[in-house]
Design a protein around this ligand. Structure first.
Ligand SMILES: Cc1cc2nc3c(=O)[nH]c(=O)nc-3n(C[C@H](O)[C@H](O)[C@H](O)COP(=O)(O)OP(=O)(O)OC[C@H]3O[C@@H](n4cnc5c(N)ncnc54)[C@H](O)[C@@H]3O)c2cc1C
Length: 479
């Protein structure tokens, strides 16, 4: 029997696995998909929020502010792409000014550092492409941008190197209370542990109901985006938000960590928790929202549309902690925005609760607190020459848009949680993330994965299980 089973390898589950790997704890991370970070963690705005949005005295407020600080440190330790670029909430009139003053007050109560209201002249000097209609803004220097999937992958990799087990392609079907713990039935067999943690994202309501009487259910809310080409890099320097409304933080315009520009999201209730489609109506709303803030942002430079699903438990706060009805069962549930920012802080809290509930914490001598990734594009000329000398595969550029080498892709395929799909490789190396969206490098990456896994290319997917790319033989011969 393991000590802890974590259900769901999104940023919450992976943060907890990493946190528990500090100790000699037998942890098993169960994930229904073929990779970590396949849920909401891979499709969001990628903002490390400062922490003025959540209502003071909520868990959300303290996790947000603490998570913001932890992520800065974690990014340095685990080599996760991250930049503290600051954010602005822009006001257009005196009603907006009142909202901004309220956000400032909330931020001060929540302990956010460096917040201040700036007026039009300073605002336009900071962001020359912002609409001239802007009146004032809340400036939050501690906001940042990150590669969100990397926050999950990096922590999962370190946890695995420290002894955590991961079982992918294991969808949890039911959970049963047994003597001394739980039996968790999955599509990959049964697993037993003393404690179970529900970090199943949009499915956290379903997983809770496997053991607990219903006390929340998740309403899936989609948010659609445009991702703009790097040609738009520099149109804004910070994360630009409008004033928040009942629908959320609003449609933002922001640089991404990979020098693109992201525009979105809207907010719409969807019937299907897996509905990641975009609609012309949703994208039109996003376009209008972006132009209101930055009138000359070039939406035609779009290289991709995508959407993410919020796990809205229709509560003001996150659902975090031990179940009131089932001892030994814990929830990290209803983790909507700012869940990405909050995840490492939520994980610390759940770890402390597990410890209080009887999980012994002896330091793990194999804990991995540092990780380094070779990124050819960011090397000096001397480092590039050295990398090629050590491994000639670093001399072969596979992704031309993002300058990713075959060496980096082969390294990714050998990492502690290896990718099995094109998008898995993309999230680890950025190959396929550029202007051509994998049109050029896709076939080569496809073939490298097949070689590594000793499989036929027909069996290699774009992303989740079932997303096959090559369907059969062509008249030119066998694949
Ligand atoms: C549009 C949008 C924008 C956002 N922007 C931001 C932002 O800028 N900043 C921020 O801080 N937050 C943001 N968020 C919120 C943030 O993305 C989420 O809070 C966070 O990713 C949630 O992580 P998670 O681990 O709880 O869920 P997920 O990432 O969804 O992970 C849950 C995992 O559980 C797995 N799973 C589900 N059911 C089962 C089962 N039965 N068995 C096994 N595995 C299962 C899933 O496959 C998935 O991998 C945004 C969210 C959305 C939708």
């Amino acid at each position: 029997m393991d000590d802890v089973i974590i259900i769901g390898a999104g940023v919450c589950g992976c943060s907890l696995a990493y946190e528990l790997s500090r100790y000699q704890v037998k942890t098993l991370l169960l994930e229904k998909e073929n990779d970590v970070s396949e849920g909401t963690t891979k499709a969001n705005s990628a903002i490390v929020h400062a922490g003025y949005d959540p209502k003071p005295q909520t868990k959300m407020a303290s996790y947000n502010v603490e998570g913001n600080a932890i992520i800065e440190q974690l990014s340095a330790d685990l080599d996760i792409p991250y930049k503290k670029i600051g954010s602005l909430v822009v006001g257009f009139d005196e009603t907006d000014r009142k909202t901004i003053e309220k956000l400032l007050d909330q931020g001060i109560q929540n302990g956010v550092k460096g917040l201040r209201i700036i007026e039009k002249d300073e605002l336009l000097a900071m962001e020359p492409n912002l609409t001239k209609e802007a009146l004032c803004a809340l400036y939050a220097p501690s906001a940042g941008i990150i590669a969100p999937w990397e926050l999950a992958i990096a922590q999962a990799e370190c946890a695995v190197m420290g002894g955590t087990k991961i079982q992918l392609n294991a969808e949890v079907l039911s959970i049963e209370k047994i003597d001394g713990g739980f039996n968790v039935r999955t599509t990959a067999g049964d697993f037993k542990a003393r404690f179970v943690v529900n970090a199943a994202g949009v499915n956290s309501g379903t997983v809770s109901r496997m053991l607990e009487p219903e006390f929340f259910s998740i309403v899936p809310k989609s948010g659609e985006y445009y991702l703009l080409d790097t040609t738009e890099n520099g149109i804004v320097n910070m994360v630009i938000f409008p004033c928040p409304s009942d629908l959320g933080k609003g449609i933002l315009v922001s640089p991404t960590i990979h020098d693109n520009v992201i525009v979105g999201p809207d907010s719409k209730v969807v019937d299907d928790k897996d509905d990641l489609g975009c609609t012309s109506e949703g994208l039109e709303n996003v376009r209008k929202g972006a132009l209101r803030l930055v009138p000359n942002v070039n939406i035609r430079a779009s290289i991709r549309n995508f959407s993410g699903i919020r796990a809205d438990a229709q509560m003001e706060d996150f659902i975090v902690g031990q179940s009131k009805t089932v001892k030994g069962f814990f929830n990290m549930a209803g983790i909507k925005s700012p869940g990405l920012t909050s995840a490492p802080a939520i994980a610390k809290d759940i770890a402390a609760e597990l410890n209080q509930a009887g999980l012994e914490f002896k330091p793990n001598p194999n804990f991995v607190s540092k990780r380094r990734i070779k990124r050819f594009k960011h090397m000096t000329e001397a480092q590039k020459a050295q990398a090629i000398k050590e491994n000639p595969a670093y001399g072969a550029i596979v992704c031309r848009c993002q300058t990713v080498t075959e060496g980096e892709i082969l390294d990714a395929l050998n990492r502690p949680v290896p990718p099995v799909s094109l998008d898995g490789v993309k999230r680890r190396t950025v190959a396929g993330m550029g202007r051509c969206q994998g049109g050029f490098c896709g076939p080569r990456v496809h073939s490298l994965i097949a070689q590594k896994l000793k499989k036929n290319q027909k069996d290699i997917t774009l992303d989740k299980g079932g997303t096959y790319i090559v369907l059969g033989e062509t008249k030119r011969g066998k694949i």
